[in-house]
Design a protein around this ligand. Sequence first.
Ligand SMILES: Nc1ncnc2c1ncn2[C@@H]1O[C@H](COP(=O)(O)OP(=O)(O)OP(=O)(O)O)[C@@H](O)[C@H]1O
Length: 434
Amino acid sequence: METAEVGQYSLVPLGGGASGTVCACRRGGEAVALKIFPGRLYRRTRARLDRELATLAQLADTVGIVVPQGVEPMPDGRCALRMELCTQSLAGLVATSGPLPVTDVLVLGITLASTLVAAHRAGIVHGRVTPSNVLFRTSGEPVLSDFERTLRAVFVRDHDHGIAYLAPETLDDGVAEPASDLYGLGVVLHTALAANPPFPAEADAGALREAVRHTPAPPVDRPEAPIDLLVLVDQLLLKDPHQRPPSAEAVTRQLLRLWDDHEPEPEVPGAPRTSFGTEVFAWPPPPADDAGPVPPVRKNRAWRFAAIPAAVAIAAAAGWFLTRGPAEYAPPAAAASAPGVPSRTTEPVPLALAEPADLGTTAALSWTGPAGWEFAVVVAVESGPTKTTLVRHDHSARVPIDPRLKYCFQVQATNGVRVQASPPRALRGATCRE
Ligand SMILES: Nc1ncnc2c1ncn2[C@@H]1O[C@H](COP(=O)(O)OP(=O)(O)OP(=O)(O)O)[C@@H](O)[C@H]1O
């Protein structure tokens, strides 16, 4: 792949369009993705973009999305949006590896549907959920990128761009609603299962518009896939937004039920495996005096993703738990076996939250839990809102609190297959339901 040197930057172009060219960028010891804009950003656009990024950053606490880290100047005077560098997109993955195993499709679906739950609850509609906007982290975790609607509004693309992936109701005016994101999820899952989108992307634009508007999506030919998964994909791709599943929550619940019933495919020795975590571009060899760390090139590493990312597993559990109303706690056993929560085995693991320390405007929490699991802290105001924050492998956290209010706390743990919750702990005499 062609590499350009710009000042101290080594740039490998990954693709792009009207809103900019995305490049993998190595500079010093750091590797990032840069979306380099074709023109300058006006002050008002920049302010709107900054607000949008701040809102997205809140979502990134609980679900997998690529949140750009900010706009920065380039050595050649252009400016660029800096993002974490992912390995590849779903579009790239199916182009090289073919259809994904059903296990991976379920993980992908649960991850993306949970992400849409969080986005839609925050009032954010993505509007372009497509296979090239589904990326994979180096860990293999699938993430949704390209949420920045501000850029799409400023750098307007060719009217026919990406119509193979767009919901029929958005073809004319581009206005997307939550149901349009569900259609996008259908396109993504169809592509993951069939290695092609439902309608051929290379078709003539007029014929493609007609097909997206009127032709029923062709069924996916995967006899080994659960029939309910194939039916769900068909429902997501219905032309009438009102006939699609009612919400991202409903889709997440349905996918989690399928996950609970699903037996992962046995590995066939020598058979090609999905490589969610494989890097697809090779950096040029570093100059001899460049001793800084560079990201490892793992061109042939096959990596099978068969666990739900911790953030998503916890968000799914918390989502269920929250639908029961403010400050209403599910008992730990119920949380672990709640419908919709990944729970292949029910053997409890030791997980206990110590008495919280009241520091006025913060509470200090600490807990014990199984090694290697990831944790999230649930903070609920008595008869008020609840917030869940992923803290990964830490065993303590300080959380901001209002000195006037009573709180309940809980810790949730996940190994990517199960979620378990600690008994709740009260602060200032709050009543926490067991
Ligand atoms: N953070 C990133 N890390 C790695 N690759 C990325 C990253 N962001 C984008 N890409 C890849 O760069 C390419 C260009 O992305 P871009 O978002 O500009 O356009 P697109 O996704 O192809 O089209 P659309 O405008 O319809 O979303 C895509 O192939 C995408 O998968």
